[in-house]
Design a protein around this ligand. Structure first.
Ligand SMILES: Cc1cc2nc3c(=O)[nH]c(=O)nc-3n(C[C@H](O)[C@H](O)[C@H](O)COP(=O)(O)O)c2cc1C
Length: 191
């Protein structure tokens, strides 16, 4: 009998760019042989908390707004304090991704915030696991992990373009790689 591993992707996206990444993460999860479910956290009244409870791993995704997670994502974090009280997500795997307009844009702070959140929930954080791209004379903006993050997946979306154009394919592929890594880890974790 094969073990079914479920990976939830809990994300917020104000204008669709981070949602593109959430879908790319889900593709990576599915390609690695696990079941992916994307869950927008924007509508707390209709949030599928059961799916989060049922997941072996939760990958958190938020745009970087004002150098931290977006307001709706923070509202979701605070609403999950009931779960924290019971340590309901303890020992699940966790990972994170973020997206913003600037190359840096203080995205690292968002990933740190997500990893601390996961730690408070008793979860085990999975890093991106890719060497940095685009950091040598041989590098290119089309490289995987072109922004050079370790803690999670970072993406950059031009401020004047829609989600059908930006973030670029390299960032979508990086998000996909994160999904595949977490799914592979969850498959090992569940054995
Ligand atoms: C309220 C607000 C705050 C923002 N703050 C930042 C920021 O701190 N750094 C940055 O690089 N971009 C910032 N941006 C740009 C967004 O991160 C960027 O447009 C991103 O692609 C939005 O993702 P979304 O379409 O999923 O909402 C901000 C945008 C908004 C609306």
């Amino acid at each position: 009998m094969t073990t079914q591993v479920k990976v939830a992707i809990a994300y917020h996206s104000g204008y669709g760019h981070t949602e593109v990444l959430a879908n790319a993460v889900a593709t990576g999860v599915e390609n690695a042989g696990a079941v992916a479910q994307t869950i927008s956290v924007a509508d707390l009244d209709n949030l599928n908390w059961d799916a989060l409870a049922d997941a072996d791993a939760i990958i958190f995704g938020s745009p970087t707004y004002m150098g931290s997670v977006s307001g709706p994502f923070k509202t979701f974090m605070d609403a999950s304090s009931k779960i924290w009280m019971e340590q309901g997500w303890k020992d699940k795997l966790a990972a994170g991704f973020t997206n913003s307009a600037s190359q840096s844009g203080d995205k690292l702070n968002t990933l740190i915030q997500l990893s601390i959140y996961a730690a408070q929930q008793g979860m085990n954080w999975v890093s991106l696991g890719l060497l940095p791209g685009n950091n040598s004379s041989q590098g290119s903006p089309t490289d995987l992990n072109r922004i050079g993050s370790y803690l999670g997946a970072m993406a950059q979306s031009n401020a004047d373009e829609g989600a059908e154009v930006t973030p670029p394919q390299a960032d979508r592929d990086t998000a996909q790689a994160l999904g595949a890594r977490v799914a592979a880890a969850a498959l090992r974790w569940k054995q």
